[in-house]
Design a protein around this ligand. Structure first.
Ligand code: GLN
Length: 475
């Protein structure tokens, strides 16, 4: 069994045809982890025993003829998604031994299908970062070149799927954390419409931006995973009801793709831009019209994101106070418990965001930064709304370059933030976005994957899957 190539769709067929058992499929993935993860370090913890038990249960479901799309499919889960009774650390020291007291809605949904949970994957601490280097537990390596990062923050999930150490994975995407590592590892990554997937049991980073989504080897598999985790959740106040306008966008494909040309040229590496143009040319040959689209405000996405995101981060991180969750450093006063615990528990990037976020929200500065950023965010949403009157989707590179070297950007926060230039705009607008592998570029003798990003209107994930499949097929 070649776990590198095997898709969920193919495994489903083989499991239902009894060509192999769910237990054998899980064992094959545990073997791959044993062989490769010493070098790659995609996992923070592997749950071999419970995975085998879940696989056996899945085999019983299959034997009873009760198989669902993900019954017996081994998956990896990002370390910021809660599973009752399991450690969930967000790759932070502050939650090193914290155990979840309930399961995320997405986990309940996957369990109901009989999916198998292989383990929790490495990430940037509390999902802040673009390389997985901000993990308190060591960097994950890119399976295509071990000297390079897998991207981030869902780098462990992307590397696990790319290296055949999971059939699919869950990640979270606040500003690109599913799509950018998918691009760097050569897999498919989808950020759903804001509110399409429940955030209950996802550790909040930027609450108005966060979404859980799938990483997979094919567009079809990403679609299967999304169908299994999405849906209204009365326990999430931002969850979209099934009949909401933003869920039911039933759009007929016009086969028109918009490209904000002026924006695309900003800071993208030459051969990555060439590959992007080549993919557009192939789509054109396949019957799509490629249309220049004016989106004057998307150019402000990065600065807007790096005001709004830290503002929300500073609020969300306040709950880690040494009393309620995880680490608690004893001290003489309660104030010192707070400060000592936070100093011992948070890494540099988390502190940087708390400081920036507190600053942009502080009285005297909130009008100049936070409220201004919110106003521009509204203009960015308008840009998208107007664009989708004429086109099915907006195409952008997923990231400005391929995977970079470990250590190359970790000392330069602004260079790291620039990595997110093309991804944050979909989070600001709440629109769904997908990254699909679209070829490779050469760096120092290695072939590195590059993703092609498509953004569609709220609720129009099907549009992304349709065009995404075409991108896969015209390679
Ligand atoms: N790289 C972006 C950041 O550091 C996005 C992170 C994410 O999507 N969780 O904020």
């Amino acid at each position: 069994m070649d776990t590198m190539q095997l898709t969920i769709a193919e495994a489903r067929r083989a499991l239902d045809a009894k060509e192999y058992s769910a237990l054998e499929l899980t064992e094959a993935h545990l073997d791959a982890i044993a062989k490769k993860d010493g070098e790659i370090h995609a996992y923070l913890e592997v749950w071999a025993d419970s995975a085998r038990a879940e696989a056996k249960k899945a085999d019983e479901m299959i034997a009873r003829g009760e198989a669902m799309p993900l019954t017996g499919i081994p998956l990896a889960i990002k370390d910021n998604i809660l599973i009752e009774g399991r450690i969930v650390s967000s790759a932070s020291k502050i939650l090193e031994s914290y155990r979840a007291s309930y399961s995320a809605t997405v986990i309940d949904k996957l369990r109901a299908q009989g999916a198998v949970f292989l383990g929790r994957t490495n990430m940037d601490e509390f999902a802040m970062g673009s390389s997985t280097e901000n993990s308190a537990y060591g960097t994950t390596k890119n399976p295509h070149d071990l000297a390079r990062v897998p991207g981030g923050s869902s780098g462990g999930s992307a590397a696990a799927v790319a290296a055949g150490m999971a059939m699919g994975a869950l990640g979270s995407d606040t500003g690109g954390s599913i799509r950018q590592p998918a691009s760097h590892c050569g897999v498919v990554g989808l950020k759903p419409t804001y509110g399409a997937v429940s955030r209950l049991g996802l550790m909040s980073m930027g609450s108005s931006l966060d979404q859980i989504g799938p990483l997979a080897k094919s567009v079809e598999d990403a679609r299967t995973l999304l169908a299994s985790i999405s849906g209204y959740d009365e326990n999430d106040s931002t969850s979209l009801p099934a009949n909401s306008e933003q869920r039911t966008a039933n759009r007929k494909l016009r086969k028109v793709i918009g490209v904000p040309r002026a924006f695309v040229k900003s800071g993208v590496e030459t051969d990555v831009l060439a590959l992007f143009e080549e993919t557009l040319a192939r789509l054109e040959k396949a019957g799509y019209e490629i249309r220049d689209t004016e989106m004057p405000n998307v150019a402000y996405s990065l600065p807007v994101y790096y005001v709004i995101c830290p503002a929300e981060v500073s609020t969300n991180m306040a709950r880690y106070d040494g009393i309620r969750y995880g680490l608690s450093v004893p001290a003489d006063t309660i104030q010192h418990v707070y400060t000592k615990t936070r100093r011992a528990g948070f890494g540099a990037e988390v502190r940087r965001r708390i400081l920036t976020g507190t600053f942009v929200l502080s009285s005297g500065y909130a009008d100049a930064y936070y409220r201004k950023a919110r106003a521009v965010r509204q203009l960015i949403r308008e840009d998208f709304r107007r664009a989708f009157d004429a086109v099915d989707a907006i195409a952008l590179p997923t990231a400005p370059g391929p995977a970079f070297k470990v250590g190359e950007k970790s000392q330069d926060p602004l260079a790291m933030y620039a990595e997110d230039i093309f991804s944050v705009t979909a989070n600001l607008s709440g629109t769904p976005a997908i990254s699909v592998p679209s070829g490779t570029v050469e760096r120092e003798g290695k072939s590195l994957p590059v993703g092609f990003q498509l953004i569609a209107a709220h609720g129009a994930e099907e549009t992304l899957f349709a065009i995404g499949s075409d991108v896969e097929n015209i390679k």
